[in-house]
Design a protein around this ligand. Structure first.
Ligand SMILES: Cc1cc2nc3c(=O)[nH]c(=O)nc-3n(C[C@H](O)[C@H](O)[C@H](O)COP(=O)(O)OP(=O)(O)OC[C@H]3O[C@@H](n4cnc5c(N)ncnc54)[C@H](O)[C@@H]3O)c2cc1C
Length: 495
């Protein structure tokens, strides 16, 4: 019996190609190769050093929700299209990997309430400001100040992480950035928060609802923190990676020389010896089963009720907290002629917008509609006006039927549809429910729960760095680097 119990450890020693220094973990498994899995692999590699072998399991495709598809021999972003300029980890990755920002192609936006355009952007900054003021008073200034305050506090995380501080819960991380107020922002709604600072109901109904619908397919009742991050994006300064955002994922995995295993992880089981815990990762690849042993396992895939199926054997992580629902968003990439008359433009040549956002109205058949640029923008590229066949991205809550497509497009050559389990279903958030845990067991970490604080590429990159630092600090028992509060003050006096 004792021999059987020791078998995994013996196998592990045999499997570990190049064991690191005695006190380092020998092997680490990462489940998922989206930006979360790729970024945590990079940060783990940075922390523990190149001698630690990292295996990355990916069930579908590297990049996850950073994805592209082809229309007319050109690639377009089909998942997450844009990144904010204050997203410093993503900026660093792009520099590190020698990638470039895609050339920006300006385009104007409008907001549609299902019957008519309620707000139209012009080419003139001052005129846009004047229009906002005319329609909504100083609500937009109040909004701007609120968003800036949130972003300023959020940016503290980069300083903490540069000093290798980590947090064992998402609440702890948020508390260190903006106190209890930040934690409350993960369950208090955007609408309530904005009303509290005097933003008018009309501005919330017309503008905020349209931005949040376009970003998360959800209403102004989503939590304030995720709302503020999304509204920061709507204020501009967005960018994308030349060649496709997913190049960051493949680039980081290549840079770290990690071992990418194209397999679906089906279970993690615990085997404890006297000295340490070992985790057996069981997987399925092309109908065959396999398994391997690790000191640390990082789950970088959202555990949602729709598709995530993984069992935990010989131990019981807090699963009830994890299995939450995600919100479906459908992306339709349409190559065709926009029906400008649906938006009140009988002459398509006069339709000047590159994107149209829909308010949260029952008449709206889409969340947003946007003229797409390919992931490689040549110097001569220009957006196609509606009288020419262009590539449009339509986001909606369900696949558009033929009638709806015919409403939005005069005619089309192709429609490609992707159904995403896109974002946390924020309507299930409540003050009584805490955010998903980061630490599932001594050496088992869950990264993707951070999406419940805010679903974005950068939030996941921040969570990835936090998990890598936490795993490192816990492994080497650097407790002074874990769950420290008052860091802002401390770092000021330390420097
Ligand atoms: C349509 C859309 C638009 C978006 N727009 C933006 C935007 O403009 N800006 C922004 O910042 N964010 C945006 N997002 C959100 C952003 O894409 C996500 O927050 C981010 O990509 C999540 O990365 P991740 O690595 O945590 O998860 P994912 O990208 O989902 O990666 C998880 C990976 O794990 C794999 N996996 C799952 N289960 C297993 C298993 N059992 N075994 C092995 N592998 C497994 C999956 O195949 C997947 O590749 C958008 C998302 C969508 C869908």
């Amino acid at each position: 019996m004792a021999l059987i119990l020791l078998l995994p450890a013996v196998l592990y020693q045999l499997c570990a190609g190049q064991p690191g220094p005695p006190d380092s973990p020998g092997r680490i498994a990462v489940v998922g190769a989206g930006i979360g899995g790729s970024a945590v692999t990079y940060f783990l590699h940075q922390q523990f050093g190149p001698q630690v072998q990292i295996d990355v399991y990916e069930a579908e495709r590297v990049g996850g929700r950073l994805a592209t598809l082809t229309v007319n021999s050109q690639l377009y972003e089909s998942g997450s299209p844009s990144i904010h300029s204050l997203n410093l980890h993503m900026q660093d990755f792009v520099k590190l990997l020698g990638l470039k920002h895609r050339r920006e192609v300006p385009g104007r936006s409008a907001i549609f309430n299902g019957e008519q355009l309620v707000l139209e952007e012009t080419d003139w900054y001052l005129l846009n400001l004047f229009r906002l003021w005319w329609h909504y008073g100083i609500s937009f200034l109040r909004l701007q100040m609120w968003v800036e305050e949130v972003m300023e506090k959020f940016m503290r995380v980069y300083k903490y992480q540069a000093h290798e501080y980590a947090f064992s819960s998402i609440e702890g991380l948020l508390r260190s950035l903006g106190g209890e107020h930040f934690v409350n922002m993960t369950h208090k709604s955007v609408a309530e928060s904005l009303q509290g600072i005097g933003v008018s109901q009309r501005f919330i109904d017309d503008v905020i609802s349209a931005v949040l619908k376009a970003s998360y397919g959800q209403s102004v009742s989503i939590p304030a923190l995720v709302g503020a991050m999304s509204l920061a994006g709507a204020q501009g300064n967005m960018w994308a990676v030349e060649g496709g955002n997913k190049l960051v994922c493949s680039g980081l995995l290549k840079l770290t020389k990690s071992n990418v295993i194209h397999a679906r992880v089906t279970a993690v089981s615990l085997h404890s010896t006297e000295k340490k815990h070992l985790y057996e990762v069981q997987y399925e690849r092309d109908g065959t089963l396999g398994s391997d042993y690790y000191d640390l396992v990082i789950i970088a895939a959202p555990m949602h009720k729709a598709t995530f199926q993984m069992s935990f054997l010989n131990f019981q992580p807090p699963l009830a907290e994890l299995a939450r629902s995600y919100h479906r968003v459908v992306t339709s990439i349409v190559h065709g002629y926009l029906n400008a008359s649906y938006f009140g433009f009988t002459d398509p040549k006069l339709f000047p917008f590159a994107s149209v956002f829909s308010t949260d109205s029952p008449e709206a058949i889409f969340h947003s509609l946007e003229s797409l640029c390919p992931v490689n923008v040549s110097a001569g590229f220009r957006r196609k006006p509606p009288q020419e066949a262009g590539v449009w991205r339509v986001l909606s809550s369900r696949p558009l039927d033929r009638k709806e497509l015919k409403t939005l497009f005069k005619s089309y050559y192709s429609v490609q549809v992707i159904e995403w389990q896109a974002f946390p279903n924020y309507s299930t958030v409540s003050p009584s429910k805490s955010l998903p845990p980061v630490l599932l067991h001594d050496g088992l970490y869950y990264l993707s729960g951070a999406e419940w604080a805010a679903s974005s590429v950068e939030m996941i990159a921040v969570a990835a760095k936090n998990v890598a630092l936490l795993a490192f600090n816990r492994w080497f028992e650097l407790s002074e680097k874990i769950d420290q509060q008052d860091l802002m003050h401390r770092l000021k006096t330390e420097l």
